[in-house]
Ligand binder design. Structure first.
Ligand SMILES: Cc1cc2nc3c(=O)[nH]c(=O)nc-3n(C[C@H](O)[C@H](O)[C@H](O)COP(=O)(O)OP(=O)(O)OC[C@H]3O[C@@H](n4cnc5c(N)ncnc54)[C@H](O)[C@@H]3O)c2cc1C
Length: 317
C-alpha cells in the first residue's frame, strides 16, 4: 500500500489514455497512466486498423506498442493498477485508489477507461472475433465488400449499422430476438425501405461457425416462438446489443446519459471540476481511435490549464 503525489492521474491506457499521458507529460506535469491490463485497450482486440491517418494498414497490437513507447518517451508512465475508485476530496483534489491498496493523490484526473461491447456469449463468438465477428461497422464494414453480412440487435445502433453496412455487403440480414425493433421510427423506416436488408424477427443466434480457414461462414439460428432451428450462410456477423462504459469507478455523482456515458463540456471536463473524460467512455457520435486521441489531446491541454488556474488562485488567496 503506497501513497503517491502526482499532478495528473489518467485512468486507462487505451488510445485515449496514452495520448492524454503523452500530452500531459510533454507539459512537464508529473503524470501517471493507470492500466489494469496490457496497454492498448480495444486496439488489442483489433487485428487490423485501416482508418488511422498515416497508417494504411497497421495491426492493433503494433499501434498499441507505438502509442505506449511514445507516451513513455514524454513522461507518461504506464503503471499496472486496477483502479477501483476515483474520489473527489473536500479540497477539490482527487484520490485514485487501486484494488491492491495503492493510491494516487492529484489535482486533476482524466478518465479514459473506455467500455466494452456486450457480447452474445455463444459458441464461436470469441473464437472468430476478427475473423468475421465484429462489434464495429465503421471499423470493419469495408472488409465485407460484396459479401453477405448478418447484424444482431434491435436498437438504434443495430438498425443504423445494418443500413450503413449495405454500402459494402451484397445482402444484410438483421436478426432480432423480438417481433419489433426498439429503434426510433425514422431509423426503422430506413431499414424497411432498404432493399438490401432482410429482417429476421423472433430469432436468436445459437452458434457461429467457420470454414476450414477459420473464417465465419454460417450461423445456427433458432426461432424463439416456434423453437424451429435453421442455418444462415454469412461471411460476417456484427453484434450491436449494447456497450457498457467503464464509469463505475467514479465515487461521486457525475452527469451521464441514459446509457452511462460521461457528459463533458467542449474541454472534456465532466460535471465535476478537475475530472476530465476522453474516448469511448464519453458521450459522442462515433467511437474510433481518431476520436479517442482527439478527445484526449483536448482533455490533457484543458487539464493543464485547469491546474495552472487553480494554483494561481490558491497562491492569491
Ligand atoms: C473489435 C473492435 C474493432 C475496432 N476497430 C477499430 C478500427 O479499425 N479503427 C478505429 O478507429 N477504431 C476501432 N475500434 C474502436 C477503438 O478501438 C476505440 O474507439 C478506442 O480503442 C477507444 O479508446 P479508449 O482509450 O477510449 O478506450 P479503450 O481502448 O477501451 O481503452 C480503455 C482502457 O482502460 C482500461 N481500464 C478500464 N477500466 C480500468 C480500471 N478500472 N483500472 C485501470 N484500467 C482500466 C482498459 O483495460 C483499457 O486498456 C474498434 C473497436 C472494437 C471493439
Amino acid at each position: 500500500m503506497a501513497q503517491h503525489e502526482v499532478d495528473i492521474v489518467v485512468v486507462g491506457a487505451g488510445p485515449a489514455g496514452m495520448t492524454a499521458g503523452l500530452y500531459a507529460g510533454r507539459s512537464m506535469l508529473n503524470t501517471v497512466i493507470l492500466e489494469r491490463g496490457a496497454p492498448g485497450g480495444e486496439l488489442l482486440n483489433t487485428e487490423m486498423i485501416e482508418d488511422y491517418p498515416g497508417f494504411e494498414h497497421v495491426e492493433g497490437w503494433d499501434l498499441a506498442q507505438k502509442f505506449a513507447a511514445h507516451a513513455a518517451k514524454f513522461g507518461g508512465n504506464i503503471i499496472n493498477a486496477n483502479v477501483d475508485r476515483v474520489k473527489r476530496l473536500p479540497d477539490g483534489t482527487f484520490e485514485t485508489s487501486a484494488d491492491n491498496g495503492d493510491a494516487w493523490h492529484s489535482e486533476a484526473v482524466i478518465v479514459t477507461a473506455g467500455g466494452t461491447p456486450i457480447k452474445l456469449g455463444i459458441p464461436g463468438e470469441a473464437e472468430y472475433a476478427g475473423k468475421g465477428v465484429s462489434y464495429c461497422a465503421v471499423c470493419d464494414g469495408a472488409f465485407f465488400k460484396g459479401q453477405v453480412i448478418a447484424v444482431v440487435g434491435g436498437g438504434d445502433a443495430a438498425c443504423e449499422e445494418a443500413d450503413y453496412l449495405t454500402r459494402f455487403g451484397s445482402k444484410v440480414y438483421l436478426i432480432h430476438r423480438r417481433d419489433e425493433f426498439r429503434a426510433s421510427k425514422i431509423v426503422q423506416q430506413r431499414v424497411f425501405a432498404n432493399p438490401k436488408i432482410e429482417v429476421i424477427f423472433d430469432t436468436v443466434v445459437d452458434e457461429i461457425h467457420a470454414d476450414a480457414k477459420g473464417l465465419v461462414d454460417h450461423l445456427s439460428l433458432r426461432n424463439v416462438k416456434t423453437g424451429a432451428t435453421s442455418t444462415l450462410a454469412t461471411n460476417g456477423i456484427f453484434v450491436f446489443i449494447g456497450f457498457k462504459p467503464n464509469t463505475g469507478i467514479i465515487a461521486d455523482h457525475v452527469d451521464h446519459d441514459a446509457s452511462g456515458y460521461l457528459i463533458t463540456d467542449w474541454n472534456m471536463q465532466t460535471s465535476i471540476p478537475g475530472l476530465f473524460a476522453a474516448g469511448d467512455v464519453r458521450v459522442q457520435l462515433t467511437r474510433q481511435v481518431t476520436t479517442a486521441v482527439g478527445d484526449a489531446t483536448t482533455a490533457a491541454v484543458a487539464a493543464e490549464k485547469y491546474l495552472t488556474a487553480r494554483r494561481k488562485d490558491r497562491a492569491n488567496t
